[in-house]
Write a protein of this length. Structure first.
Length: 554
């Protein structure tokens, strides 16, 4: 391989063109936020012996014009495209992302999808990435940096060539139809605004509550030994309760205070003033890094900061601190998504009839087996989607194992098709080593894990939900010429839009149309429903913030 300082030749139609950007002064924790200065762009064309490099950002437009007919390849395209869009307008196009391709094809099989990991697995090459750290402080390219940058693009191209064999696999559909179409929507995501004064005040309140609760306890709530010794005075032997959690003893006042103290301290530590200082940018905006495939089931995730872990149920006030930039945001989610997907997967006639009739599925189960909707009905419905055992149901509901077993038997007596599907999926996982979603996404199951049987059931449901949410987002983005794209977050089955007041109604129409399309593409002939609330904050679905915040749509 020779390195040529200069522009590459013009790419032929469909020719693989691998590109990789290097930047000076870019912190590892902020790869999704372009900063620092341009170092170089390396370009490698398929069937070429040369790697081309440019060191002047003004040449980027020329390069992109020369290779526009080719198939663009990146490893972690969200980083490279974010950087390139600083210097050039890039129209949406198909991207071959070597990292995302392997994540789509091998979810759950490997732990790492870095370029270094892919090079080792697919090329048998060990990459030394130590010199990457030099870019954070350097201002000029050294010979070693030139070689490093050229090696990255060379190996990424070789990996992409090997990955071409996936094209004929049905399991490649998840990349083509779900994951790759999310690249440009994620690049276009908008930041979310934080109520900095109220966040600061609330953190101070939590810190005071943590201090007061620990003073009442008289021990360090995070010291397992101190908690265990003090618990004995309350006739609770934590040492002999393997597999249990403190929540199981929460009725005890001492244990309840330990749980509260830990909750307050964790919140102050994870979502305190340091969180503000690390993540807030101009106008109190947060730009989180969105990972298109952040879990083996295909779910999106966020980092720097994590958004899916923002306290919700136990400290609901936190969500009120994420506020609309324009007055009101739209928070939409899919109603009873898991049991609806379970109905499609299992084709259970009773469950399908309930879905078609738009029944409350949790209430329907509660009526059948006896019990409360929000405890028994919801636990059984979601529990079956997660592969929960009768013992797990008993533990969740706080009843005897025999009573839990009786409830599960009643459930399966009503939903015989679900029982058959569960048995089938577990056999499929042990036979093939993986299960699939409706979009043919593979999720590998570790047969040696104690959670293997549960994962065989949960993965198609959770993975299918993740696929649905991503296709829904893409369909919204495709209508960006009809209404401005003001998408901010997608957390599990919930999406956040922050339209301007004059675009609120049109955004609702676009969301609805995109939702119906996404359902018909992935789960034809089954009725999905969504619910939308509008309000000043992310919490508008959980908390009543005002008279206008209870608007709902199905």
């Amino acid at each position: 391989m020779s390195i040529v300082a200069g522009l590459p030749p013009e790419a032929k139609s469909g020719q693989l063109v691998c590109m990789d950007v290097e930047t000076f002064g870019q912190k590892k924790s902020r790869l999704h936020r372009p900063e620092g200065t341009f170092a170089c762009l390396s370009i490698r064309l398929e069937h070429s012996e040369d790697t081309y490099q440019i060191y002047d950002q003004h040449d980027i437009k020329k390069v992109l014009s020369l290779v526009k007919k080719g198939t663009w390849i990146f490893h972690n395209s969200l980083y490279d495209l974010t950087q390139l869009r600083r210097f050039a307008t890039i129209q949406p196009r198909f991207i071959w992302d070597t990292m995302l391709v392997d994540q789509s094809m091998w979810g759950g099989y490997y732990d790492s999808y870095s370029l270094r990991s892919l090079a080792r697995r697919q090329l048998g090459i060990f990459m030394d990435k130590e010199i990457r750290n030099d870019f954070e402080t350097a201002t000029v390219m050294t010979p070693e940096m030139v070689e490093y940058a050229a090696a990255d693009v060379d190996y990424a191209l070789q990996i992409a060539v090997k990955q071409q064999e996936y094209r004929n696999s049905i399991y490649f559909n998840a990349y083509i139809n779900v994951d790759e179409p999310m690249i440009f929507p994620v690049l276009d995501m908008k930041p979310i605004k934080i109520d900095r004064p109220e966040w600061t005040r609330y953190v101070g309140e939590l810190a005071m509550l943590a201090k007061e609760t620990e003073a009442r306890l008289g021990i360090n709530s995070y010291s397992h030994q101190q908690v265990m010794l003090e618990a004995r005075k309350h006739h609770i032997n934590l040492k002999n309760t393997q597999g249990t959690t403190l929540e199981e003893f929460s009725e005890n006042e001492f244990i309840s205070d330990v749980i509260l103290a830990r909750r307050y301290r964790h919140a102050v530590s994870s979502y305190g003033l340091k969180w503000l200082n690390d993540n807030l940018e101009e106008d109190d905006l947060v730009y989180a890094a969105c990972h298109i495939t952040g879990a083996k089931t295909g779910r999106q995730s966020y980092s720097n900061p994590s958004m899916q872990n923002v306290p919700q149920r136990k400290l609901p006030h936190y969500r009120t601190l994420f506020i609309s930039k324009h007055g009101k945001m739209r928070v939409s989610d899919i109603t009873q998504q898991e049991p609806t997907i379970l109905g499609w997967e299992s084709q259970d006639p009773v469950l399908l009839a309930s879905i078609e009739a738009e029944e409350d599925l949790h209430q329907a189960v509660a009526d059948e087996v006896g019990g409360d909707r929000n405890t028994v009905g919801k636990t059984l419905n979601l529990g079956m989607s997660y592969g929960m055992s009768p013992k797990g149901v008993s533990k969740r509901l706080g009843i005897s194992e025999s009573a839990g077993n009786a409830l599960v038997m009643k459930y399966f007596t009503r939903y015989k098709g679900v029982f058959s599907w569960i048995s089938q999926k577990r056999q499929e996982a042990y036979k093939n080593g993986f299960v699939t979603t409706a979009s043919h996404r593979r999720m590998f199951i570790n047969p040696h894990s104690r959670h293997a049987e549960n994962n065989a059931i949960n993965s198609p449901i959770q993975g299918g939900a993740a696929d649905f949410t991503k296709v829904w987002q893409r369909k919204i983005w495709e209508r960006r010429e009809e209404v401005p794209y003001e998408f901010m977050l997608s957390v599990h089955d919930e999406i956040l839009n922050d339209p301007k007041p004059e675009d609120m109604k049109a955004t609702g129409r676009v969301e609805d149309e995109a939702f119906i399309e996404a359902a018909s593409v992935l789960y034809p002939k089954i009725k999905f429903r969504k619910e939308t609330k509008t309000g000043r904050t992310w919490a508008c679905k959980q908390l009543k913030e005002g008279a206008d915040d209870d608007e709902g749509e199905d």
